[in-house]
Write a protein that binds this ligand. Structure first.
Ligand SMILES: [Ca+2]
Length: 147
């Protein structure tokens, strides 16, 4: 058993290391920040809910890829999200780990940026696609590969 202490707000602080074997990262409570579920050695899983969205305003965008010429989920695609405050690039690697699978949409934390000006996808098929309109932050943008 791990030593824990709770403060007056009911928050619990874990005071010892855990032998986690796997972890899945996704927005479990639907508030926009990423939460974590771990599978621990000889122990029950831990469900770690982030309170970031309750502490301050967060801005984010999930990008769900739908491949047509490329594979169905666009695995291997390179996605660049541009804002007035900078850009963020991620490769869609499937987000799987040892004994775990996170949710597939790519998650981009946008910091202070409250608007996305452009999303560029370089599909595994070699095509490049740009979306520059209708992008709403704090939600999921579905992008289907042109046929
Ligand atoms: Ca969350």
């Amino acid at each position: 058993m791990r030593p824990m202490c709770a403060n007056r707000a009911g928050e619990i602080t874990v005071m010892a290391a855990a032998g986690s074997r796997a972890g899945a990262l996704f927005d479990l409570d639907g508030d926009g920040d990423l939460d974590l579920v771990t599978s621990d050695f000889n122990a029950a899983p831990q469900v770690l809910i982030s309170n970031l969205a309750q502490v301050r305003q967060i801005n984010w965008l999930q990008v769900q890829l739908i491949g047509t010429s490329s594979n169905r989920d666009g695995l291997g695609a390179l996605v660049k999200v541009e804002t007035a405050r900078g850009s963020y690039t991620k490769q869609h690697d499937g987000k799987s780990g040892y004994l775990s699978q996170s949710s597939l949409p790519l998650y981009f934390g946008l910091g202070e940026a409250d608007a996305v000006t452009r999303v560029e996808v370089r599909w595994p098929s070699g095509r490049t696609q740009v979306v520059a309109q209708g992008i709403k932050v704090n939600g999921t943008l579905r992008i289907e590969e042109p046929r």
